[in-house]
Design a protein around this ligand. Structure first.
Ligand code: BG6
Length: 484
């Protein structure tokens, strides 16, 4: 781990939800754990006039709410002394002069500009930073998703930011890559010999990647209705998880060695034709129902959703990877809002024994289940004999429960990723070519939906999505994990 002496991290969108709910609490935790260098400022920017004291007061209230039992008055006071607030408008050059003055009080520090704003602001911010020479030296820029709306618009943003920052300075964040179980999957795959011989088409029957939420669109209808689940979750988080499952062993843990392997997976995804989309991709939208025992309204009735909206709040799809390792193994991806459970999970289903001495219908013998949330665990399912005179087999599992095994706090994804940016480690950030390959793969889906007279299939809130989602797997004689 590179040790650093001093840093300045600047949050554009400092008054926004992400900064208050995730970014500041993440840095607070790292400070509390003693991982932040003593010399380090957190400069929060917003468009509204406020002084540092006023901003810190607001941040304090939010942090207290989100940190729960981790909140400690003394630790917060120490942490908050790092925070400064500046009013900066992305389009106002003079504001950047003031920002440069603040930053130049300590030249030579590691400098991070975190762009937690709508992507329309990325280009003017990059330009205005460069005009003050703030793109030089140890400067890095973090770009939050969504980066564009499609391949063309993401290329445009990347080109614009690329005029002022080199690729090595650009950190495209996908917070799913910072989740502990995902990092553990990399360790599990490449630090052990046990799995590697089995990690291929000969032994794996199918892979299921599920990220479901109980929440609905919340207050984000304006953003979400233009975005939908495909762009919000599949193009980035789910495809990134798929690359971690499917990539070849990288030659080293260096950023580019890992990203080269992930890119190869994205490029090997079997392209979908507009016709394929009809049979391999399911889109859904929730209608009124009940989640966790409470009645909820349908998407169409959510405040801010335009009448007759065709935005998808659910996607399930079948992807295939055309490589010697994976040809013929379906990768089922699914995500959605207002579903039965909040769950993020990767399931690797191994093939059945070629013949059985224990009779028929034993069920799925072996599977590896990596749970990202709500719990963090890795479970390897096996068939074992029940005690007694009869030979009765039952499914049991070997369990790696992170909480029990390591007895330490599991850091939030943003903690790890923010520390990586401050240290200058790009391994867990998405390279431009990866992002392009992911957009290229989802484009036919967008195109097919845009030209289809049909809208999304509706599903009752609180279920696992439209029936077509189960049918997607049953056509291959398979079913989702919870249906088995
Ligand atoms: C974000 C999406 O990227 O990820 C949200 O924009 C979604 O719509 C969120 O709710 C889910 O993240 P997590 O870490 O809470 O599963």
């Amino acid at each position: 781990m590179t040790a650093i002496d001093a840093f300045d991290i600047v949050f554009f969108g400092g008054t926004g939800d992400l900064a208050l709910r995730k970014l500041l609490p993440a840095l607070y935790h790292q400070d509390q754990d003693g991982n932040l260098p003593a010399q380090g400022r957190i400069i929060c920017l917003g468009r509204s006039p406020s002084d540092t004291a006023g901003y810190v007061e607001k941040a304090h209230a939010k942090a207290k709410e989100y940190l729960g039992s981790h909140y400690n008055e003394n630790d917060w006071t120490k942490f908050a002394s790092r925070i400064e607030y500046l009013k900066v408008d992305a389009h106002t050059e003079a504001d950047f002069v003031a920002l440069a003055e603040t930053l130049n009080q300590f030249p030579g520090r590691e400098r991070v500009f975190y762009l937690s704003t709508a992507p329309d602001f990325f280009a003017p911010i990059a330009k205005n930073l460069a005009a003050q020479g703030l793109n030089e030296g140890n400067s890095r820029v973090v770009l939050e998703k969504p980066l564009g709306h499609d391949l063309e618009s993401s290329n445009k943003i990347n080109d614009e930011v690329g005029e002022y920052f080199t690729e090595k300075q650009i950190y495209r964040i996908d917070h799913y890559l910072g989740k502990e179980p995902v990092l553990n999957l990399i360790a599990l795959r490449f630090a052990n010999t046990l799995l590697e011989p089995l990690w291929r088409r000969e032994w794996i029957r199918d892979v299921q990647i599920t990220v479901t939420e109980q929440v609905g669109v919340e207050t984000r209808a304006d953003f979400y209705d233009k975005t939908g689940a495909l762009r919000d979750m599949v193009q980035n988080h789910l495809l990134q998880l798929l690359t971690i499952v499917a990539m070849e062993p990288p030659a080293s843990i260096d950023a580019d060695a890992v990203r080269d392997e992930k890119l190869k997976v994205l490029r090997a995804l079997k392209p979908l034709s507009v016709d394929d989309v009809k049979t391999k991709v399911v889109r859904g939208q929730y209608r009124a129902g009940a989640v966790a025992g409470k009645p909820v309204i349908g998407y169409q009735d959510e405040p801010g959703v335009p009448a007759g909206s065709k935005a998808e709040t659910f996607v399930a799809l079948k992807a295939e990877i055309e490589t010697w390792r994976w040809a013929g193994v379906p990768f089922f991806l699914r995500t959605g809002k207002r579903l039965s459970e909040r769950l993020a999970q990767i399931v690797i289903n191994f093939r059945e024994a070629p013949t059985s001495i224990f009779g028929k219908n034993l069920g799925q013998p072996n599977r590896l289940v990596i749970e990202l949330q709500p719990d963090e665990s890795v479970r390897l399912y096996l068939l074992a004999k029940e005690p007694g005179n009869q030979t009765r087999l039952r499914q049991v599992y070997l369990d790696l429960d992170f909480k029990e095994t390591f007895a330490t706090r599991s850091p939030e994804a943003y903690e790890r990723l923010l520390m990586d940016v401050i240290r200058g480690d790009l391994s867990l950030f998405v390279r431009r070519d990866e992002q392009q390959a992911a957009w290229r793969w989802v484009e036919p889906i967008i195109e097919s939906w845009e030209t289809s007279p049909e809208g999304p299939k509706t599903y009752t809130a609180g279920t696992w999505g439209p029936a077509a989602s189960s049918a997607l797997l049953s056509r291959d004689g398979l079913c989702w994990y919870e249906e088995a």
